[in-house]
Ligand binder design. Structure first.
Ligand code: 6PG
Length: 240
């Protein structure tokens, strides 16, 4: 499913409403809500909105936060996805520290950080294949999502739930949820904004399968694309 919004502010609002609805459902069903946050710049407006005008609608004390991927940097580093979410949202809302499950990306051994994160997910969900209630994802200009990049060996991962691929173009490791975990999500939401993404959005949504983002096909869950008008501009009609 694809939803198109007039501008980035409306996109963030649409995503906030969606998250609130998913959280209410999950808390009603099982008493808690699990969400994986995406990194990069696009979700920042959503996080700020959740901490601001949506603050009273999010069940913070029953919400467990994870990250769909993380950069291999300490949590206070400017590139840290945890830091971005902390500054934009988590430091402004009444969420218990014990509900914030960040990647221990300060560990110099990225593979160790990844397997530790997998254990955290398994212990908290008590599921051999955790089903997160909502997984937020972005889309890179090369068609990557989370930290699953074109040509990466992690594209073919079938056992690990969290991996630490080497990303040549950034000359660094990343820690990322893998496709088996992403595709087990109850709801997977791609959030994409801006004209610079229009071409890749068209290729990923309408084109032949060749990009990592296209491999995100939830087995049982819902797949939703939320785009602003600029990011959707190249799509052929029929998506409104
Ligand atoms: C990351 C992300 C990555 C991101 C895309 C889009 O750690 O960088 O998780 O997958 O979502 O690169 O990034 P922008 O939103 O900044 O365009």
């Amino acid at each position: 499913m694809i939803e198109i919004f007039a501008n980035p502010q409306e996109l963030a609002r649409g995503a906030a409403e969606y998250l609130v609805a998913r959280s209410a459902e999950a808390v009603a069903q099982k008493g808690f809500f699990t969400v994986a946050l995406s990194g990069g710049s696009t979700p920042k407006a959503l996080y700020q909105l959740l901490a601001d005008s949506f603050q009273t609608q999010v069940p913070w004390s029953r919400t467990h936060f994870f990250w769909s991927d993380e950069r291999h940097v300490p949590p206070d580093h400017p590139d840290s996805n945890y830091r971005m979410a902390h500054e934009a949202m988590l430091s402004h809302v009444p969420v218990p520290e014990t509900n914030i499950h960040r990647v221990r990306s300060e560990n110099p051994n990225a593979t160790e950080a990844a397997s530790e994160y997998e254990q955290t997910l398994l212990q908290l969900t008590r599921q051999t294949l955790p089903q997160l209630d909502l997984i937020l994802l972005g889309l890179g200009p090369d068609g990557h999502t989370a930290s699953i990049f074109p040509g990466s060996e992690v594209l073919h991962e079938t056992q690990l739930l969290v991996a630490a691929p080497w990303v040549e173009k950034f000359n660094t490791y990343r820690i990322t949820m893998t496709l088996p975990l992403l595709n087990n999500g109850a709801s997977v939401l791609f959030l994409v904004s801006g004209a610079e993404k229009a071409e890749i959005v068209k290729k990923v949504i309408e084109g032949p399968k060749q990009y990592p983002a296209q491999a995100v096909q939830p087995t049982h869950g819902q797949l939703l694309w939320m785009l602003d008008k600029d990011a959707a501009v190249a799509l052929s009609g029929g998506h409104e």
